[in-house]
Design a protein around this ligand. Structure first.
Ligand code: GLN
Length: 556
């Protein structure tokens, strides 16, 4: 190890503890939710938690990844384009994360190679050990020093068998070796299959994953077993025995109806107390305060009504692609006793077959989410027209905002050539066009208008009624805007632009419609179950009203 890191560790007087959360067997087991659950158990004890997520891929951030493969890109206030797990952290723990909390292999190599070019390692051979490992440890240490949490959680993406994970395992091993036994804890999430034809849990994959970790020089302190149905005590015992951890440190996590039940499911098996013992930390609250999760799960269990929201979108195959949107809808519903049923609708069908638009009559509200590229665009415009004409509650987000402008220009103002230059760069009436600062930008990574900006709302408008504030802060991620030079075509009679940031149009509404709101920003990124996003809340409220009205109309 370089002197740099050795000295920073020995100087470290802050007794922050660290929990590493590692995954094995397969990805997609919900490591992010487990990390949040550990965070929730510590917060319930009045302890200060800070989270870092390591993504072992080479991308510098998640901004250029395909949402169907990796899930949506979560945008932070400081303009980070991060992995879906950061959305879970903010939603579960009501914290604000920063892009600094994400470490990717790309960032680590970029830093080390830049330093090599600068001459920081003159005379040395620059290698994975020690240079890459030292940079990983330096980044973790930097966060610990800056935030001085009681406990720092470090979630490592992927699984421990991946080639990409090896440097991180080595970094964790070195860190654990330098510190005494009560400063770090390793939580291993594993999978215990229940093959239908055998009708019993098979623990071999879990046993192998412990061995894999042992081969990297470490043992787990806690093993969490994901399974479709609860494990038998025999299976738990076996994992404890072969995994070489105490029986009470093997926890069971079967599929649950709602992810917000996970923190308490683990707490009931002693997760918080185990961490207190292992890390020698003391709760500041006795007994731990779980009120917010207890109330939330009660609320979810006692939902009485249902509304159907249709999302005509491009990525209809994976709900993770729109997770902040779908979560924001659910939060909005829960806070008014309503279960939101989501219908992801393939927009391309609306293009091929007009009659399929009648599918939109079966839902109580229509939401067009953000998006990129040209596929399915005309179908989305058709869905917007349908919502506008049939007075179906409508919420348009980012691309949904831009297409609402195109739809109105074409079908109400009669400007057939109205389009976005993202879709047709030679559009004759480019009502949606590149932001001026984007014209000279050629690189794609991290170059959009990103993060939080203050939006000024116009009084006496629906959007002002919704937020009840003149100035709001919301998050952005886009390259295109309503073209200010062509704004003169809007007469303000029906469609009004009601929120702005400098010259930029940020919100619109249609006045002679029960609920037609669209925003250039993404309000979903700031929603959590205890503080639903205002436009989502009132959109669901409007959808519920329509549903009840439709029901009453049947008796007319
Ligand atoms: N593609 C559009 C833009 O870049 C909208 C982006 C989005 O919906 N997030 O402006």
């Amino acid at each position: 190890m370089s002197t740099l890191h050795t000295s920073s560790l020995s100087e470290n007087k802050v007794q922050s503890k660290t929990v590493f959360i590692l995954g094995s067997v397969l990805s997609g087991l919900g490591k992010g939710i487990v990390t949040c659950s550990i965070g929730a158990a510590l917060q319930a004890r009045g302890l200060k938690v800070h989270i870092i997520k390591i993504d072992p891929y080479l991308n510098l951030d998640a901004g250029t990844m395909n949402p169907t493969e990796h899930g949506e890109t979560f945008v932070t206030n400081d303009g980070g384009e991060l992995d879906v797990d950061f959305g879970h952290y903010e939603r579960f723990l009501e914290i604000e994360v920063s892009k600094e909390q994400n470490i990717t292999t790309g960032q680590i190599y970029f830093e080390v190679i830049s330093r090599e070019r600068r001459g920081d390692f003159l005379g040395q051979t620059v290698q994975i050990v020690p240079h890459i490992i030292d940079e990983i440890l330096r980044r973790i240490e930097e966060q610990r020093k800056k935030f001085t949490p009681d406990v720092m959680l470090v979630e490592v993406g992927g699984t421990i068998g991946d080639i990409e994970s090896q440097p991180y395992l080595e970094a964790i091993r070195q860190l654990k070796r330098k510190e005494n036994g009560h400063l770090t804890s390793i939580v291993l999430l594993t999978y215990v299959p229940f093959p239908e034809h055998l009708k019993e849990h098979k623990t071999k994959p879990a046993q192998h994953s412990v061995r894999e970790l042992q081969a990297a020089g470490m043992s787990p302190n806690i093993i969490i077993c994901r399974s479709s149905i609860p494990l038998s005590s025999k299976a738990l015992e076996k994992i404890s025995n072969f995994g070489n951890v105490a029986e009470n440190a093997v926890l069971d996590l079967p599929d649950l109806p709602n992810v917000f039940q996970v923190p308490r499911a683990l707490e009931r098996q002693g997760l918080g107390n185990l961490l207190e013992d292992q890390l020698r930390i003391h709760s500041r609250v006795t007994p731990p305060n779980w009120t917010k999760f207890v109330n939330l799960t009660q609320e979810i269990k006692s939902l009485k009504e249902k509304v159907k929201i249709g999302i005509p979108g491009k990525y209809t195959s994976l709900s993770d692609s729109y997770i902040s949107v779908t979560e924001a809808l659910k939060h909005a519903g829960w806070n008014q006793g309503v279960d939101v049923e989501l219908h992801l609708l393939p927009t391309e069908r609306f293009e091929e077959d007009e009659a399929s638009l009648s599918l939109l009559d079966k839902v109580d509200g229509i939401l067009i989410p953000g998006g990129f590229g040209t596929r399915g665009i005309e179908g989305k415009i058709k869905a917007i027209e349908y919502a506008r004409k049939n007075k179906i509650p409508f919420l348009g987000i980012c691309l949904g905002f831009q297409l609402s402008v195109v739809e109105y220009a074409r079908n109400v103002l009669g400007i057939q050539d109205a389009y976005s230059t993202e879709i047709n760069p030679n559009a004759k009436f480019p009502i949606i066009d590149l932001l001026p600062e984007q014209r000279s930008v050629s690189e794609k990574g991290g170059t959009m208008r990103l993060g939080s900006y203050e939006v000024t709302l116009r009084p006496n408008t629906k959007i002002y009624e919704i937020y009840k504030k003149l100035k709001i802060q919301e998050r952005h991620r886009h390259r295109y805007e309503v073209n200010p030079e062509l704004l003169y075509v809007f007469d303000e009679k029906s469609l009004q632009f009601t929120g702005t940031w400098n010259e930029l149009m940020e919100t619109l509404e249609i006045v002679d419609h029960p609920y037609f709101i669209a925003t250039q920003f993404h309000p979903e990124f700031k929603s959590n179950p205890w503080r639903p996003s205002p436009p989502y809340f009132s959109f669901v409220e409007a959808a519920l009203k329509r549903k009840n009205q439709k029901y009453l109309d049947r008796f007319d």
